[in-house]
Design a protein around this ligand. Structure first.
Ligand code: SF4
Length: 233
């Protein structure tokens, strides 16, 4: 048994890259992520081209689709898509001309303008059940543990991109008011969601949760430090 443990340690150590290999590994990971992004983008562009929608128009529709009531303030759209307010207003006006979005005053504050998806707009950004989900199929080729590692790694990459200001808003557990990382002794379900009042593991981490509520900075930082000390349940 002791011999087996030593052999396993040797095997694990030999899998760890040296400093030079680590730099090459990061370059390969970046290249791989770019390839995935490119594949998805060219596919989306082809589809959008056929539907007569530009990439930003598609992003606005998809964003509105995730919002309660499928509506949001124009300023929220601008903020979450990291574009200027006039750009968001212009895109929404174009989408309104195409009858995919309608603008109206917020009943609770007449000075605020909301953009809401129309039924046509909802149909235009809902994935067709006939269309093969290529990325889903590719991800399904991974084993369950690989999928959990990938999800956890993506959370960390997205968090870093947010910190660098490359992503404005990501409705992820790790920055949510209701996230309580590593609250439970259960190794498979160590985290707690106050909103659902339920424990969960890394396999159920959300990267785009409708119930998300932005945590204050101090709470988010503390949760992040706590979370990154965890393993991959
Ligand atoms: S409300 Fe959503 S984002 Fe917040 S902790 Fe619960 S599951 Fe995560």
């Amino acid at each position: 048994m002791a011999k087996l443990r030593v052999n396993n340690r040797k095997k694990t150590a030999s899998m760890l890259p040296c400093r030079q290999e680590a730099a090459a590994l990061i370059a390969q990971l970046v290249s791989g992520l770019e390839k995935v992004g490119l594949a998805m983008k060219s596919r989306t562009w082809r589809r959008e081209g056929r539907a007569g929608l530009g990439p930003l128009q598609r992003q606005v529709l998809t964003l509105l689709r995730t919002k309660p009531g499928q509506r949001a303030r124009i300023s929220t759209v601008a903020n979450e898509l990291a574009v200027r307010l006039p750009t968001a207003s212009e895109v929404i006006a174009t989408l309104e001309e195409k009858q995919l979005v309608r603008r109206r005053r917020d009943l609770s504050d007449g000075r605020v303008v909301l953009a809401q998806l129309t039924a046509k707009g909802n149909r235009s950004c809902t994935p067709s059940p006939d269309a093969p989900d290529r990325l889903g199929a590719a991800t399904a080729t991974l084993s369950s543990p690989e999928q959990v590692v990938l999800l956890t790694s993506l959370v960390k990459v997205i968090h870093s991109l947010q910190t660098q200001g490359e992503i404005a808003v990501a409705r992820m557990c790790v920055s949510c008011q209701d996230f309580r990382p590593n609250q439970h002794a259960n190794a498979e379900r160590p985290h707690h969601c106050d909103s659902a009042n339920a424990s969960f593991g890394n396999c159920a981490l959300r990267v785009d949760c409708k119930e998300y509520k932005q945590a204050p900075v101090a709470q988010a930082n503390e949760a992040w430090a706590n979370f990154t000390g965890s393993g991959t349940a």
